[in-house]
Design a protein around this ligand. Structure first.
Ligand SMILES: [Zn+2]
Length: 211
């Protein structure tokens, strides 16, 4: 697998640790070990980043892990695992950040759905912008929200792809929406990806859930 040069941009250790634990939940310990070997990161086996907010996990390493998933399981299989892992990342830990932001309080729970999304999505974007070099914004459009990652750890350093690949981010957003909305499933689609040459990684979030 091609090595991705270090980026100098970082995720907080905590988020990377959550991602590795989430992968472990989805594919088992041996599966993660194989992925880390393939990604050229064997030093992380049994040595996950510590549970703190220090920005020390290079985007290139995060991207390599995602690339290795595809490499090992194929685009379809890798996508499924990345989506599930993304959901687990949110469920296992990012949710706690949301709780700090007031999402999940009783006063929040009684808001109408659109108000929940209007508050909850930017709150999540802010968590990433504040704890990492993943600058993220949300814009409200007529029929959907546009969730934009301006510097993306999931596809960092990859290019010439013909399909979006930031599935782990999609999974995180899906699970966040479920939590914010009180159980709704949303069809989140990545429509632009820096790995395809686009300027940003963009996700469309419909204003209404599928179920
Ligand atoms: Zn991306």
């Amino acid at each position: 697998m091609e090595t991705i040069p270090k980026s100098g941009y970082y995720y907080a250790n905590k988020i990377s640790r959550l991602a590795l634990r989430a992968l472990e939940e989805v594919m088992g310990k041996n599966g993660v070990n194989a992925i880390l070997n393939l990604a050229g990161l064997p030093h992380l086996i049994d040595n996950y980043p510590p549970d703190n907010l220090e920005r020390a996990f290079d985007f290139a390493d995060f991207s390599s892990i995602n690339q290795a998933l595809e490499e090992m399981y194929g685009p379809r299989g890798g996508r499924g695992l990345a989506l599930r892992s993304g959901r687990a990342v949110f469920a296992q830990g990012l949710r706690n950040f949301g709780a700090l932001a007031g999402v999940g309080d009783l006063a929040f729970k009684v808001l109408p759905l659109q108000a929940k999304l209007r508050i909850g999505l930017p709150a999540m974007a802010k968590i990433f912008s504040q704890t990492s070099d993943q600058y993220t914004t949300v814009a409200e459009k007529d029929t959907h929200f546009l969730y934009t990652i301006h510097r993306c750890p999931v596809c960092w350093g990859r290019s010439n792809l013909d399909k979006p690949v930031c599935h782990m981010a999609t999974g995180v957003i899906q699970e966040a929406l479920k939590w914010v909305s009180g159980g709704g499933e949303f069809r989140v689609s990545e429509i632009r990806c820096m790995a395809m040459g686009d300027p940003t990684c963009d996700f469309i979030i419909p204003k209404e859930p599928i179920s």
